[in-house]
Structure formats: C-alpha cells, structure tokens
Design a protein around this ligand. Sequence first.
Ligand code: GLU
Length: 474
Amino acid sequence: MGMTNTANNSFFESVQRNFDKAAQFTRFDQGILAQIKACNSILRVKFPVKIGDSIEVIEAYRVQHSHHKLPCKGGIRFSMEVDQEEVMALAALMTYKCAIVNVPFGGGKGGIKIDSRKYSAFELEKITRRYTSELCKKNFIGPGIDVPAPDYGTGAREMSWIVDTYSSLNPNNIDAQACVTGKPVSQGGVRGRTEATGLGVFFGVREACSFQDDMEKLGLTTGIAGKRVIVQGLGNVGYHAAKYFQEAGAKLVGLIEYNGAIYDENGLDVDQVQAHRQTTGGILNYPGAINFSNPAEGLEQACDILIPAALESVIHKDNADRIQAKIVGEAANGPLTSEADVILNNKGILVIPDIYLNAGGVTVSYFEWLKNLSHVRYGRLEKRFEENMYNELIDIIESTTGKRVSDLERKTILRGPDEIDLVHSGLEDTMIGSYREIRDIYKNREGVEDLRTAAFICAIDKIGVAYEELGIFP
Ligand code: GLU
C-alpha cells in the first residue's frame, strides 16, 4: 500500500480540520488558536551513509510542533512514506495527545525515509547514529529540548543507539539518559514501556465500554468479556493490545497484517498466530481461519471492536461504509481519513480517537524520563517500607480480632510495589481519568457530536490556557 505525497498532505490537512472543528467550541482568540496549530520548528537533513560498497543519501526529519511546554516529545519512524507533511501531522497529534493525558511536553516527531527491512542491523545502527548526531548538531535533541521515542519501524534497539550517541557527544550531561525514551531497561529504560501503548489502548476501550448508556446506544452490553475484536497490525502496539483483550475474555475474531488477514468467528489465539507467522512468514493459512489475501478486507468483517494499529489512512471514503464494527479504537495515529470519520460517525459507530487512545506510550515515556532525571528506579525507596507497614497492620488486625490471617492472605497483602506495578497503575489511572474528561466534554458541551472533537477541545483548552498564562504576546 504505497502512499503518495498527496495522501500525506491530506493527512496533515485532516489534523488541521479536526482542530478547526473543535476550536469553534473553545473561547480562545484567533491568534492563540493559530499559534497552537502552527508547527514551531522543522528540521530536514540529508546525510550520506556507506551501505555495502556504495554511499546512500538518507533523507530524515525532526519536527517540533509545539514549544508551549518543553521538551518536545514523540517517536521516530522508519518508513518509505516519511515526508515533511507526514511528520508534521504526526508531531501535531503528539502535542494534542500530551495535553490530553497531562504529560507536560510539546509534540514532536521524527522520521527517516528508509525501508528498515532492506538494511542489516549494522547499517541501521550507522543510519540511526548519524541521524542522532545531526539532531545534536542542530540542537534538536536533549533531555530538556526534544526527546524521541520508538514509533513505526523502531524499538528499544534504535533507542539504545540514540542514547549512546547522544551521551558520547554530551559526556558531561548527568541527565543524558533522558534524551530519549523507550530504551532497554539496561540503558535506563523503564519497565512497562514496551507494552504501554497496547495496554493503554486496552484500558481506554475498557473504560469506554464501562458506561451503560453509551453501550446501550450501540446495542452492546458493558464490559470487554465476550466482545468480538479485530486487530489490524501485529507490531508492538497491535500485538500487546490483542493480548490484553484476549486476557480480558474478548474474542479475537480477526487479525490483519500487511500481507494478509485471517478471520475465525470462534476466536484466535494471538500467540499461536504469532508462532504460525514466525514459522510460515505470514498469518495466512492459520488452521481453522478464513483467509483474505487482500488485508483491507479484514477490516470489513463482522466484529464489535475494530482496532487499527498500523499506519494512517487505512479507513477512507471508499471502505468506511463497509466497516461493521460498533466501536473503532484508533491505536494507530490517524487511521481514519476525515471523510471516513464523517461516514463512521453517521453510521453511529463510536470512534475512540488516537490522540487519547494511543497516548499510553507517551505517558509511560514520561515516567521513563522522570526516572532518568531522578536517577532512581520506581519503588526502590518505598517497597520494603510498605511491606513492613502492611505486616504491622496485619499483626494489629490479628491481635484485635483474635483471628489469624492465612499465609496466602498475608502474602497477597504483603507486597510493596515494584516498578512495573507503579508504571501499570499510573498508566491505568491516566487512561481512565482522561477518558472521563473527554466524555464529559462530549456529553456536556453544546453541539459536540463525537469523541474526537471532544478530545481536541480538551487539548486546546489546556494548551490555550498555557499560552495565555505564558504572557508572551506583548
Ligand atoms: N511513538 C509513540 C506515539 O506516537 C510514542 C511517543 C513517545 O513515547 O514519545 O505516541
């Protein structure tokens, strides 16, 4: 599925359109709205990298959409679709995303225009390290300036190359580790970052499914158990989302990859499908499932919840009408074009927007950044103390009631938090709290007809106030 520059152009425009639609429900003057919308800084670099015996010129970007809070924050993607417009659109989404989940960063995004499958690990390392030194040269990276993270085509491995390159160029910066997030735990990463976006998607959809009146409108009951789910994209986000839905008792009826889709109304096991994919090179021909060699058809199958978790613009004006889901949870950034958005809203489908739903990644990135700046692992100080307090509490309960607590009960209660517990609970709390904020706007602000508009309003309200209080308009 190649995407042209025109498609990226309309991706950026569609973000701007969503912004404008929401802006009319806010009280800010045109100047402030224009400043919130504008991309503050754009870096485009072309640099040479020796690949095999020849030299390749690599095209790459970093866009800082908003400086209303620093550092800027957002992933780096490796993809052939990367161009300035796409990175601008994705950076803008990051600004709104951070505001919605109360992560005190401006939005940013980076992109390197390569097909990562075509390079060896060594070549990818050279490209990533050179890109990082370009960012350093231009002051486009640093713990207080701009903090990249994983995105499509990148992961912990690339982040470890970035932190190493940055640290070696900034040897006296004691906070150097905080220059990038999504690092391996051994390089200053935080436990729970890998699954964070997928888990956040799960928490967000679960929260949406907990409101009886909203579910009744869709002809659904509350809760996740028993709901039929289709997930598009088995990368880091889609895989973990699928896994959490499955563990919560949902039925994974469909899985979609870039080279084919499968459907089984009796439910699929995501780990078994992954194992099948590893041995056969794709998800097709999984025992008992129906095949779709055209992956797009997978999106149109019967389900309650559809989770697009790959790239942007996969649901568009030509297929939106055939979507059968009752809830679409945008795990990817920008999976619906604005035309598709209108069509799905008219069909009465509940669309849970990307700028809220996939914010779990950046939320846990924020926790990682805080960990790096504090130079201490979460839970290190309080774990033992809390265990001792619970122990004393149980002793008091036993002596005042004259009854003994069983060993199993004591063991369950007697557990101070580990890093992973704190990260997961911080993420859960964030996803629940932000959904309620958005739903509140959706229900109570006159004229607001969809959750995306409500989410944009939520973001604009917070950023608008920040700009007003900055007092930078003499
Ligand atoms: N790339 C992810 C996103 O689109 C995560 C960004 C981050 O952690 O900074 O939200």
